[in-house]
Unconditional design. Structure first.
Length: 93
């Protein structure tokens, strides 16, 4: 079952210790920002531009980004994890 986070609940990345969780959270934020930028390209007249509609679309983007990042279809999470493994190997950590 998909956990729905409140709109105002933002996970602090500094509290996350596992690379898998950090990479998933990064991918989620990246997809959310991408959706938000895509939405800016839609003309204002197509949708209502009130505060409530902007809030609704922002919440919608948050949930869609969670679903997209959980699907592992983009590969950003696995790319970050591979990069961290390479970094650890060459940095001596």
């Amino acid at each position: 079952m998909l956990k729905i986070n409140p709109y105002w609940d933002i996970k602090d990345i500094r509290q996350i210790k596992k690379p898998e969780e950090v990479s998933k959270e990064f991918e989620t934020m990246f997809v959310r920002m991408l959706l938000k930028e895509f939405r800016k390209s839609i003309p204002e007249g197509l949708f209502n531009s009130s505060f409530s509609s902007k809030m609704y679309w922002d919440m919608f983007d948050m949930q869609i980004s969670e679903v997209i990042s959980s699907s592992d279809k983009l590969g950003i999470k696995s790319y970050i994890q591979q990069a961290l493994k390479v970094y650890k190997r060459y940095s001596g950590e």
